[in-house]
Design a protein around this ligand. Structure first.
Ligand SMILES: NC(=O)c1ccc[n+]([C@@H]2O[C@H](COP(=O)([O-])OP(=O)(O)OC[C@H]3O[C@@H](n4cnc5c(N)ncnc54)[C@H](O)[C@@H]3O)[C@@H](O)[C@H]2O)c1
Ligand SMILES: [Zn+2]
Length: 306
């Protein structure tokens, strides 16, 4: 099946308003459900990286120059002006490269390290910033690609590329200020495939709006979602499809779903638990274990105190 990445059109795909879920914010009760779960999935979105200083696509941070960020994440934008889109992605690569995983990312990685031998724990992320991996998450499905991978538009080769800048011509480019206009780096100076006889233009290996998710990635994510007993939905607006369908579908077949967000989303009524606030806080407690870790505050996934 071929499913394209689609923006906010929830009505078209929405899982029938499942059931009138009786919702709770009782963390102790949720911990009990998590404790007995065998298959746990975290479904994360841009909100989990907000506390690392990476803008989400919603609200004021969703603009780069005068453009709505999501309008540049399209194949049309790349066709019309590859220079502009590469400047935008160069900017995002540089921001994400300087960012550090926050308490939310770290707590999830620690939860996996602690319980991963007894439970199947998977992180499915819509994020492309690499911060889950950076925090130490091992069992990770990146639905929408990764800022540090490129794909050749000619031979389709996918490669990891962490160069900064990714090419000479992008050095000192990508300023996000609204008064910066135009972008006219010649195509030949943008990143190109180094394979002999190819020299195709490279693009970010990101699933753009209107494009299909990779079949294997979607299949793997679908399998994990179908088997989970508990799903934690963290920092996603639940409006970008197909990821937006995953948790409501899991809830509809009886999995326990808990949402962690700053504010309710269109999917909130579908879920059993809703925990409001920045997930770096709602997810974690801070404590000191000086005897073990020196004077550093240490974050626990508060759901792991079980
Ligand atoms: N960091 C990234 O990699 C990144 C950043 C921007 C956009 N994107 C891409 O854009 C698309 C956007 O969809 P999305 O749902 O992931 O993000 P989104 O931008 O649509 O929504 C972000 C959600 O996070 C919530 N949020 C913000 N700060 C939070 C916090 N501290 N704690 C908890 N929740 C918080 C917001 O209320 C909102 O519901 C995805 O396809 C994603 O690939 C990725
Ligand atoms: Zn190539």
């Amino acid at each position: 099946m071929c499913i394209s990445l689609l923006g906010p059109i929830r009505g078209q795909f929405t899982v029938s308003k499942i059931m009138a879920v009786r919702q709770s914010s009782d963390i102790a009760k949720f911990k009990e459900a998590l404790k007995s779960a065998k298959n746990v999935v975290f479904l994360s979105g841009a909100g989990i990286s907000a506390e690392s200083g990476i803008p989400t696509f919603r609200g004021a941070g969703g603009y780069w120059r005068k453009y709505q960020a999501s309008s540049l994440a399209t194949p049309e934008a790349f066709r019309n002006n590859p220079s502009l889109v590469w400047e935008f992605y160069h900017y995002r690569r540089e921001v994400a490269a300087k960012a550090q995983p926050n308490r939310g990312h770290i707590a999830i990685a620690e939860y996996e390290a602690k319980y991963g031998t007894n439970k199947s724990i998977t992180v499915i992320t819509q994020n492309v910033d690499n911060l889950h991996a950076h925090a130490g998450t091992k069992n990770l499905i990146e639905l929408h690609g990764n800022l540090y991978k490129t794909r050749c538009t000619k031979c389709r080769e996918v490669l990891v590329n962490t160069d900064s800048p990714i090419c000479e011509a992008l050095a000192n480019k990508g300023a996000p200020d609204v008064d910066v206009v135009g972008s006219n780096i010649p195509i030949k100076s943008l990143p190109h495939c180094k394979k002999p006889n190819c020299n195709g233009l490279l693009r970010p290996h990101i699933v753009w709006f209107g494009e299909s998710l990779e079949h294997e990635v979607l299949e793997k994510a679908g399998e994990v979602m179908e088997n989970c007993d508990v799903c934690l939905v963290v920092g996603t607006s639940s409006v970008v499809y197909p990821a937006a369908m995953f948790a409501p579908q899991a809830a509809a077949r009886g999995a326990i779903v808990a949402e962690f967000n700053l504010e309710p989303t269109p999917a909130t009524p579908d879920f059993h638990y809703y925990f409001e606030g920045p997930c770096g806080t709602t997810f974690t407690t801070t404590s000191r274990r000086e005897h073990l870790y020196g004077k550093h505050a240490y974050w626990h996934f508060q759901l792991s105190h079980i």
